[in-house]
Design a binder for this molecule. Structure first.
Ligand code: SF4
Length: 352
């Protein structure tokens, strides 16, 4: 990957912006389209590769711009071929992304970050312990995607905003990035998932955007008290308001919502909690995804380490929830656990 940090990056500019850039250089506007194609369709690593631009043009670009402001700091490949990337921004911020192979769909998915750290502070999540550092720009969000494609030479088919950060607390840049993913990276909105801890006003705002993205909500509990412990921001956005926002989202978009539910031993995994969840979700068009808790060295409940619900108990919970709610319930297939790349494990830590 190209190694210029101070110059502005062209990755993350729309076709129109690249046309304007070309015109600003006194070039014909079609060269903006040429640049767009090299960046988004051919995943160029350097201006040198842009063989249909003259040497003079390439040198002019090289002098002023870069193709990536994120430099690869570290990369790890898991036993299951999941790849975890650590990028360093020109300001020294560390940003993580994960690429997964989805055998069931024979496709690749990238889990990308929208912030450095996170303010929400969920106790089961390693990112939460870092605290909030910074919002990422739309450029930095897009560069994660382009850099993964540049590195692997394989096209990504799905993008999930489930890396570091709460995407809806960086709303404007995330939405700008979603439009670029759709229009420039050419991954349809239906293949983009935005995962939120439940930021009620922004869920409603997103519903009005007329985007066809999938909304995933980290619910993790059906009662206010347990949820306040697991997702502290729910002290501000209470359960009835969240449920009302989810119904609003569905009514506006007609997109089925994904409910994420991390399975924690003795905390939210009892059979009665499955029934309470079924009750809460009554009338909402959604699918429930149960997430076996991934070990971090940070998660604790009143000083006791958080533990994963044993698998037989997860199957029982699923069974009760399915029968009582008649909704589709799945158990998330874990990926990249050995390199701390699984859900809730992203904290800029790279294992030896
Ligand atoms: S689970 Fe998501 S919202 Fe909660 S602390 Fe981690 S990154 Fe933030």
């Amino acid at each position: 990957m190209q190694k210029s940090q101070e110059k502005p990056s062209l990755s993350g500019l729309s076709e129109l912006e690249l046309i304007k850039l070309a015109e600003g250089l006194n070039w014909p506007s079609f060269k903006g389209k040429t640049l767009h194609s090299w960046i988004y369709k051919k995943w160029a690593n350097s201006f040198e590769e842009m063989s249909d631009l003259s040497k003079k043009d390439r040198e002019a670009l090289e002098e002023k711009y870069t193709l990536s402001s994120l430099l690869l700091e570290e990369k790890q490949v898991s036993k299951d071929k999941t790849i975890k990337y650590l990028w360093k921004s020109q300001y020294g911020d560390l940003i993580e992304s994960v690429r997964m192979f989805l055998e069931e769909h024979d496709s690749y998915s990238a889990c990308i970050s929208s912030q450095v750290g996170c303010a929400v502070g969920c106790p089961f999540c390693a990112t939460g312990t870092i605290g909030f550092k910074k919002n990422l720009s739309a450029n930095q969000i897009i560069e994660q995607i382009l850099n993964i494609q540049r590195d692997t030479k394989e096209r990504l088919n799905n993008i999930v905003f489930m890396g570091q950060g709460e995407p809806l607390l960086n709303y404007d840049e995330v939405i700008k990035a979603v439009y670029l993913i759709k229009d420039s990276v050419s991954i349809g909105a239906r293949r983009i998932t935005i995962s939120t801890s439940g930021i009620v006003p922004q869920i409603k705002k997103l519903a009005e955007e007329k985007l066809q993205v999938t909304l995933a909500v980290s619910l993790h509990a059906a009662d206010q008290e347990t949820r306040e412990f697991l997702v502290p921001i729910s002290k501000k956005y209470k359960m009835p308001d969240l449920m009302e926002a989810l119904h609003f989202y569905y009514n506006k978009t007609k997109r089925r919502i994904t409910i994420e539910y991390v399975m924690l031993d003795g905390i939210n995994d009892q059979v009665e909690k499955a029934r309470a969840l079924a009750d809460l979700l009554k009338g909402l068009h959604c699918h429930v995804n149960l997430i076996p808790y991934n070990p971090t060295d940070v998660g604790n409940f009143h000083g006791k380490a958080l533990k994963r619900t044993p698998m037989p108990k997860i199957y029982k919970f699923k069974d009760v929830l399915e029968k009582t709610s008649r909704k589709k319930v799945t158990i998330r297939h874990e990926r990249g656990v050995d390199i701390n790349a699984a859900c809730g494990q992203l904290a800029n830590k790279f294992v030896d």
